[in-house]
Structures are given as C-alpha cells and as structure tokens.
Design a protein around this ligand. Structure first.
Ligand code: FDA
Length: 305
C-alpha cells in the first residue's frame, strides 16, 4: 500500500496538469507545513520562530536540475541575497545548496563561478554552506567540487549517503580535509549495483559512518528522523566522551517537530532543514510520498478550511 501511495504522489509531482491545478486551488495550505514560503524574507520569519525555540536552521532555495545558465546565475544571486538577510537579521542559519541548481549539468566554469560567489558572501558574513548530495551519477563530481572549495574555505561542507557502497571509502578519503559532513540515509532511487537495497543494511552502514566520522574527530551532522539512529548516536557520544560541540542532529522542517524540541530540551544541538522558494511543489509531493502521516495532516488541514 505504501509503495503504491509513493508511486502515486511521485506521479502527481511530475504531472503538469495536476501541478497547475494544485497550485491554483490551494494545496499550499498543506505545503506550508514543509516549506517556509516563496521568498527569503518569508523564510527569515520562520527561521526567527525556530531560533526562538532553540533550533538552528539550514535554508534551501528550492530548485534542481537547472539547464539554463542565466537561471543558475539568478539562483546563486538569490543565495547571496539570502546570506545578507540572515546576517542583517542576526539569524542562526546556514545554507544548503544543490549543485544541479548552480549549473552542474551546464558547465564546470559556471558552477565554480556560482559557488565562489556564494562561499565568498558566506565567509564574509559567517554563514556556513552545505553542498547537498544528489543522485549517484553526480556523487563523484559533487565530492570533487567540495574538495576543490574546501582547500580555500572553512565554511563549506557536504553530505554522505549511507545507502551507497562507496560511502565509507569517501569518508576515509575526505578525512585529510577534516570535513564537516552531514550523514544521511539517502533519498534517491538507486540501483543495487551502487546502493544497498535493504533498509537494514543502510541502517547498519549509517551507524558505521557515524562512528567513523565522529571518532576521526570531525564535525558530524546526523540527519535523520529515525529514533533508533538517534538513540545509537546519543549512546556512542556518551561512551566515547565526544563533546556536544562536535555533532548535531538535523531534521526536515515540519517532520517530527516534538522530537526536535525534545532534543533541544535535552541539550543537544538540532538544525532544521527549511526549503523555500517558488518551486515548492515537487518537494511537497516527495514529503507526501514518504509518509501516510503527512498525507493525513494535509487532508485534515484542507478539510478544516
Ligand atoms: P527513515 O526513512 O528510516 O525514517 C525513520 C522514521 O522517521 C520513520 O519511520 C518515520 O517515523 C519518520 N519519518 C521519516 N521521514 C518522514 C517523513 N517524511 N514524514 C514523517 N515521518 C517521517 N538525502 C540525500 O540524498 N541528500 C541530501 O543532501 C539530503 N539532505 C538531508 C538533510 C536533512 C536535514 C535530512 C533530515 C535529510 C536529508 N536527506 C538527504 C534525506 C535522507 O537521505 C532521508 O531520505 C530522509 O531523512 C529519511 O530518512 P530517515 O533517516 O529519516 O529514516
């Protein structure tokens, strides 16, 4: 049943007619739970609310797979503007950036130009930037981009996906850079040739990567909503006497809010990943595809109106 539902929402998210109708007739009511609004000013209000509750933020300007150079440049300019908004409002927020939105599929020069602009602005204003990891075909190039920038910038990190067989090797290789890494299970549909097909193996590898990276002494963001992995991390840092300054938990905006606040109350650092921007629709559909609880939430919201 869950598989069917997932397919259904993924189909809707790619359907042009449905997209048009949904945008027009107010699915935004539900999307507001997962997306902070269409502008960085709107996102700033949400960041302030979360900061007031003790939560840190990483902000993602929605959009991926950009194929037009001027659009990729506009997106980089938007990120620079967002950095200014964060600094002017004294907000506790980082940025998350997808390389396909910066021109990865267009040219190497373009991506370097765009990322340099963002990282310079980030450096000047004390804003850290995480390079999100996308599908497997872009993994190697994304890590190379990270490596090139990491040599010159302290304010850049990236993501390692536990479902990939190569993940532990990548952590080992990157260790020489003392990288700040976000560790995740992985969100794309990948072939069994490159990724563990079974959840139990992904979870096992996730625990291995968390242990490796923390024991290497590097800053680790454990990005998950999984109670089991969170429990594991808490126990590990206690046993190994790892300082709370060396790691944080990260979760998506609108998902497991109570857990986010509980962790803050227990004294852990928690960062919420907030997407914003006009391209909210596909992101929203993917969140619905992931969980029946999210669909129920949206249906209730719409019925209440
Ligand atoms: P899992 O999917 O096993 O879920 C564990 C439990 O959490 C579920 O049983 C459910 O209770 C709850 N849960 C999970 N998702 C939920 C949802 N949508 N709604 C309601 N409950 C839910 N991936 C990637 O490939 N590249 C990236 O750059 C990133 N970046 C990233 C940043 C941050 C901050 C997070 C939290 C996640 C990512 N991801 C990602 C996504 C990640 O790879 C993964 O797909 C999701 O986090 C879901 O996996 P979990 O670890 O939460 O566990």
């Amino acid at each position: 049943m869950e598989k069917l539902m997932r397919k259904f929402f993924l189909f809707l998210s790619n359907n042009k007619l449905f997209t048009k109708a949904a945008k027009k007739y107010g699915l935004r009511v539900g999307a507001a739970r997962f997306v902070a609004g269409e502008t960085n000013q709107k996102a700033a209000e949400k960041i302030k609310d979360l900061n007031d509750k003790g939560l840190s933020v990483t902000l993602d300007y929605l959009g991926e797979f950009v194929t037009d150079a001027s659009e990729a440049r506009e997106r980089a300019d938007e990120y620079v503007d967002t950095i200014r908004t964060i600094a002017e409002n004294n907000l506790d927020s980082q940025l998350s950036v997808k390389m396909t939105s910066m021109g990865m599929d267009i040219s190497d020069d373009l991506i370097m130009e765009n990322m340099k602009k963002i990282l310079d602005a980030g450096k000047e204003n004390g804003v850290f930037v995480t390079i999100d990891m996308e599908d497997y075909s872009r993994c190697q190039r994304t890590l190379e981009i990270f490596e090139e920038f990491r040599k010159d910038y302290d304010n850049v990190g990236t993501v390692i996906q536990a479902y990939l067989y190569r993940a532990a090797g990548d952590i080992k290789y990157l260790n020489k850079l003392n990288p700040n890494l976000r560790l995740v299970k992985g969100a794309y549909k990948e072939s069994p040739e490159v990724a563990y097909p079974e959840k139990k193996d992904v979870d096992k590898n996730f625990r291995k990567l968390i242990t490796m990276h923390l024991k290497n002494g590097n800053y680790t963001a454990v990005a998950t909503h999984d109670d089991e992995i969170i429990r594991f991390t808490k126990k590990l840092v206690e046993q190994e006497e790892i300082s709370r300054d060396q790691f944080e938990f990260q979760m998506l905006y609108g998902i497991r809010k109570e857990l986010q606040e509980e962790l803050v109350a227990e004294g852990y650092k928690v960062r919420v990943y907030i997407p914003y921007g006009k391209d909210w629709y596909g992101y929203f559909m993917r969140r619905l595809a992931e969980s029946p609880a999210n669909v129920a939430f949206v249906v209730k919201g719409v019925l209440k109106k």
